[in-house]
Design a binder for this molecule. Sequence first.
Ligand SMILES: [Zn+2]
Length: 439
Amino acid sequence: MGREADQQVAASIGLYPDAALQSYVQRVGAGLAATSERPSLQWTFRVVDDAAVNAFALPGGYIYVTRGLLAHLNSEAELAAVVGHEIGHVTARHSVSQMTKAQLLSVGLVVGMILRPQLQNFGGLAQAGMELLFLKYSRDDEKQADELGLRYLTRGGYDPRPMTQVFRTLERVGTAEGGGRVPAWLSTHPDPGDRGRLIAAAITALPAGQAGVRVEREAYLQRIDGVVFGEDPREGYFKTNTFYHPGMRFRVEFPPGWKPSNQKQAVGAMSPGQDALVVITLANRDSPQTAYQEFFSQPGIQRGQPWRGNINGLTAYANAFAAQTEQGVLQGIAAFVQHEGKVFQILGYAPSTRWPRHESVVTASVGSFAPLTDRRFLEVQPKRVDLVTLPQPMTIEEFARRYPSTVSVQTLAIINEVEPGQRLEAGRQAKRVVGGELG
Ligand SMILES: [Zn+2]
């Protein structure tokens, strides 16, 4: 079960494409897991390509940290604190309760929620991957995972004190931060303030000589120098209701005021009343005609009026459709468009009773799919962490002035784990964030 879920995570979120960083996290994780109560489990540690600050575990010993988390930490001891906590969830066999559907929708991640079996090819895989991530532990489980994490941390020879700094950072990042495919840490691991106090007391109470001394600050920072920071615009980004995908060279306008969602396998937007969707996926077929025929040969799908043979100069097979589902009839438009050697499937639909009110904006949105040719958008690059060795002491504000970043000074303070006005000593390595200016 864990292995299948692991494949879903890789497909729906994606692994961070840096083999050296992956093997580093695997090495740190495996070192801690070897000290745990289940040393012979086949432990797997991965970095997922997501901007949110989080870590999570799946049954069977699969543990994930986001690149967003790595960018916010400042030492191997801090990474070990987070990974040790996740190992604790596995070794204690904590069961997880999924968030409610209302919470899922409020996070806005699952574009395919109202799809039913007939349409599951179109949202099913992404949805299955997502469900696994909306895990929420009880407070007691969190406290136990913290205690176990502290145990593995000290057995691994690490200084446990950075663990309290991790809680502080997670608290500062807050629940509002992110916008990634993964929910933020606080929504899956509750109550960091209280837990931070408890763990500080537990660290103080450690018998003399038991706590390790390894921190590995410089070595860790070298590992994450250059790591992508924040959303990666190469994978598509929104400017108000317009979505640009530089990697796949297309743009599309979603209906104004709709809630957008950009996943690895789908981009879409949902109406404010959550009763209509426009969603774009890759059809994985050689021709738009084949994809179109397959779509309309599914049981329960009826073909309506032909729509257009061309969308903004691109070959298209498009048709109105109605789909019989467990929850009634869906009505909409299905378009299959050839672009840059790929076939895109663009679906816009609503329950048939709601379709008349959404039809015109959905139709306009589907018809707005167009090649992206403007170099300002095509050449956009992600933000990246950039290490600077300070030649003299300076506050974080002076650092921000002297070494310009493309994030706010508040963000710099958080990722460097310093307070506003705090002075950084000479010779210290500090993180700034460069690049990522959007077209
Ligand atoms: Zn936890």
